[in-house]
Design a protein. Structure first.
Length: 74
């Protein structure tokens, strides 16, 4: 994997907390930050998927159950 450098400015107390947590748990800060970014990107992707799913048509549960019974599947 090719790596690239990322520089940013954050609140000092946030950095202090990050250093403390990583130090206590033996986690490298770079790994922690990369995982946090990936988690947030995945969350945004999930939200986009949820919005798309909410726009899809759907059938009431009772209609699904009725069809399954009709077709002898339950």
């Amino acid at each position: 994997m090719k790596t690239k450098q990322l520089a940013t400015k954050i609140d000092g107390s946030v950095k202090d907390a990050l250093e403390a947590v990583c130090g206590e748990r033996g986690i490298k800060m770079n790994r922690f930050i990369e995982d946090a970014i990936l988690d947030k990107l995945e969350e945004f992707e999930d939200v986009g998927e949820l919005k798309r799913l909410r726009q899809e048509s759907y059938r009431p549960f009772s209609a699904v159950m009725e069809e399954l019974k009709k077709n002898g599947k339950i």
